[in-house]
Design a protein. Structure first.
Length: 395
């Protein structure tokens, strides 16, 4: 595949992974695959920005050869240690053993603990520059976005930001740029990526974007390490990130539940009727039959969450338990949540879910509703009312 020139003397040499369906140890369902983006800048000194996942190293090397012989690489910028961007580094370094690797101090430690390579490593800090001849790179540390080692690289003149994982999407496509793909699908994948990876780090995202804005650097292009490159309107994704990171929401309720013999599911549908009657958008997900990655994406802009489960062994059902464990780590702010469910004798699911909500830092918990066995007519009639009461609390 020819390496596309994204700007004069700057080439995309990454890899499109069409078939990957699970990422981060099955925590992210990559139903549209992904890309591992790497870039070559040709100048008096040649630079490779990031590599790709180890099993794709041969393809990266082939793509680099479309532009230059790998032995002519003078510098490798390691914006991030995680293996999907550094896995091919040992193979690359065999081809250009005299190249210098540049990254943060944490990157140096992390790369060593991954590959134990004896490479010439130069630690860089925010504001450090690297002259290539006509072009000069500038570095900006971005700790915990999303690992301690993370770093952005900026290329003035061409006005390109290489932020590694930030602003990426798990989206395999033959296109390289935002203006070449379906906009709704692109933003859906960008939101899914933010919700499932960066949401817990939102306060750091806001701080980093504000830091970049204060630097007043022009940005014509954002070239992340996954998915398409933002060139049509790079501000579009920056604005979206600010909204997500500030936990901006709309009047929308997500109902997530798991049911044993159907009673909790019937409650979920009746509660949703009450929310719909109140004029709010609502989406229901039976967690046992839904893509968890998509549920989390739908939660990103929703103000209200309702969680339901039948009781099993004094606890919520195991599918719900796994989902709530992931949800707890997201630490969403400014949300209202409620819990519902059915039980046979002792109960327990509702209390357990409420406990998880408190651990997740949800302060606004609506009183719960639960019924024994199959709710009768009178009990079932209380469900839409519950939905309406809940909807009244949603702005
Ligand atoms: Fe943090 Fe795409 O790896």
């Amino acid at each position: 595949m020819p390496a596309p020139e994204i700007k004069k003397d700057i080439f995309w040499v990454g890899v499109v992974d069409w078939s990957v369906r699970n990422f981060h140890g099955h925590t992210f369902n990559t139903k549209r695959g992904t890309t591992y983006n790497a870039y070559i800048i040709k100048d008096d000194k040649n630079v490779l920005i990031d590599t790709v996942y180890g099993p794709n190293a041969c393809e990266l090397i082939e793509n680099i050869r479309q532009v230059i012989e790998p032995g002519k690489i003078d510098y490798v910028i390691a914006n991030h240690v995680e293996t999907d961007h550094s896995g091919a580094l040992p193979g690359i370094m065999k081809l250009c053993p005299k190249a210098k690797v540049l990254g943060t101090a944490k990157c140096k430690e992390g790369l060593y603990k991954h590959y134990y390579g004896d490479w010439d490593f130069q630690v860089v800090k925010t504001g450090d520059k690297l002259s290539l001849g006509k072009k000069t790179l500038t570095f900006l540390e971005a700790p915990m976005l999303h690992w301690p080692d993370s770093m952005f690289t900026y290329l003035p003149g061409d006005e390109i930001l290489f932020p590694n994982d930030a602003f990426g999407q798990h989206y395999a496509t033959s296109h390289r740029f935002d203006d070449e793909v379906d906009q709704a699908l692109l933003m859906e994948e960008a939101a899914k990526y933010y919700a499932n990876i960066l949401w817990p780090l939102s306060s750091l995202v806001v701080r980093k974007i504000e830091e970049v804005q204060k630097l007043n650097i022009p940005i014509q292009m954002i070239a992340p390490s996954h998915g398409i490159i933002w060139r049509k309107d790079p501000m579009k994704i920056i604005k979206a990130y600010l909204g997500w990171a500030k936990n901006e929401t709309k009047p929308k309720v997500i109902v997530v539940y798991e049911t044993m013999w159907g009673a909790t599911e019937k409650m979920a549908h009746k509660i949703a009727e009450g929310i719909i009657a109140s004029g709010l958008e609502v989406k229901l997900f039976n967690v046992a039959q839904s893509d968890h990655t998509e549920i989390i994406q739908e939660m990103l802009d929703a103000k209200g969450y309702l969680f339901g489960s039948s009781t099993h062994d004094n606890n919520m059902l195991p599918g719900m338990g796994g989902f709530m464990e992931f949800f707890k780590g997201l630490k969403p702010k400014n949300r209202i949540a409620g819990v519902f469910g059915s039980y046979g004798w002792a109960g327990g699911a509702v209390k357990e879910i409420e406990g998880v909500l408190k651990e997740a830092g949800i302060e606004n918990i609506h009183p719960s509703i639960s019924f024994q066995y199959l709710p009768d007519k009178e009990e079932m009639a209380k469900c839409p009312v519950y939905g309406q009461d809940f909807a009244q609390r949603i702005e």
